[in-house]
Design a protein around this ligand. Structure first.
Ligand SMILES: CCCCC/C=C\C/C=C\C/C=C/C(=O)SCCNC(=O)CCNC(=O)[C@H](O)C(C)(C)COP(=O)(O)OP(=O)(O)OC[C@H]1O[C@@H](n2cnc3c(N)ncnc32)[C@H](O)[C@@H]1OP(=O)(O)O
Length: 280
């Protein structure tokens, strides 16, 4: 029994052979050959908002890392942006959309969420700036969150734009902070400062600077050194499967709901006003 356990540990804990560096301009990914830890950096100025192209790159990279047998992943934003982790989904993808592109975008978002939420390796988001809407969602997909503070904000603010965060957005948050707090949060489109997010458990740790936040992220990943990757993967799968299975079973219905309401005149009007307010 013990021997079999060791074999599983060895075969799935194999460290990647070489340091891989992928720079796809919008997304930089490095794998440290000694530790087997990947650092994935979003790099899409000015605010790292998620376009269809960025979405594709994130999903492709997660799937590659999945095959690479890495030991863990840190997801963060390029430091030069200074105050933004991720400004959320690119609102321009929803405003006066091309229907074919909109359908592609929504489908890719579903797929990317499934990939990131269900990774078989541990993940940490080092939230080095504001993290709103879809930005909050990708941070919440990770197993652990360290947020730099005190001046940044995080939250699912979709209702403020006049749109509806799908069930799996809401479930992802409820799984972290509990149903009641998540409900109050999403219906009001609430955003939280770093301290508030720490207080309600939306993030696990805070840090006054990025280097320290990154160190905390690595410490979390190192805490799995003695955990069998197989046991990790199966346990996480059991924990997250009910939420992910809902989306797998309802992908088409979910897509049609958003695709249709997004193009209604009243939603388009709200989105236009919100975009305008950002430009001011
Ligand atoms: C079937 C599948 C269903 C999948 C679900 C799909 C749909 C469900 C419905 C909705 C989901 C929506 C999720 C979202 O993420 S919506 C977006 C939420 N994000 C925000 O509200 C953040 C908005 N941005 C800001 O608050 C600020 O920009 C900032 C991030 C705090 C940074 O502030 P800063 O002062 O540094 O920058 P600026 O405000 O000057 O912005 C610079 C520049 O960027 C433009 N911009 C900012 N955010 C976005 C964005 N999310 N999308 C597009 N463009 C954005 C801003 O307009 C400025 O543009 P300019 O042309 O003036 O330079």
């Amino acid at each position: 029994m013990l021997k079999r356990y060791n074999i599983i540990l060895y075969s799935t804990n194999k460290i990647v052979n070489s340091c891989r560096y992928v720079s796809q301009s919008m997304l930089k990914s490095t794998v440290n050959e000694k530790t087997g830890i990947a650092t994935v950096i979003i790099n899409k100025p000015p605010v790292n908002c998620i376009s269809l192209e960025l979405l594709n790159k994130i999903n492709t990279e997660i799937n590659k890392l999945q095959k690479d047998n890495i030991r863990g992943m840190i997801l963060t934003s390029v430091r030069s942006l200074q105050k933004v982790f991720c400004g959320g989904l690119d609102i321009k993808e929803f405003y006066n959309p091309n229907p074919d592109r909109l359908a592609k975008y929504l489908t890719n978002l579903q797929d990317t969420w499934l990939s990131l939420y269900m990774t078989s390796f541990p993940t940490v988001s080092v939230i080095n700036g504001h993290s709103l809407g879809g930005g909050c969602l990708i941070a919440m997909c990770c197993d652990y969150r360290v947020m730099v503070g005190p001046d940044y904000t995080i939250g699912l603010n979709e209702t403020k734009l006049g749109v509806v965060p799908p069930k799996w957005f809401q479930d992802t948050m409820a799984a972290i902070i509990g149903h009641r707090k998540a409900e109050v949060s999403v219906i009001a489109g609430k955003t939280y400062t770093t301290d508030e997010a720490l207080q309600i458990g939306l993030v696990d740790e805070s840090s006054p600077d990025i280097d320290n936040a990154y160190k905390k992220g690595i410490q979390f990943l190192n805490s799995f050194e003695k955990i069998s990757p197989w046991a990790f993967k199966m346990t996480k799968n059991i924990s997250r499967q009910p939420i992910s299975q809902w989306l797998i079973d309802n992908k088409q219905k979910d897509l049609e709901f958003v695709f249709n309401y997004m193009q209604t005149p009243s939603v388009q009007k709200h989105l236009g006003l919100y975009l305008q307010s950002l430009k001011k």
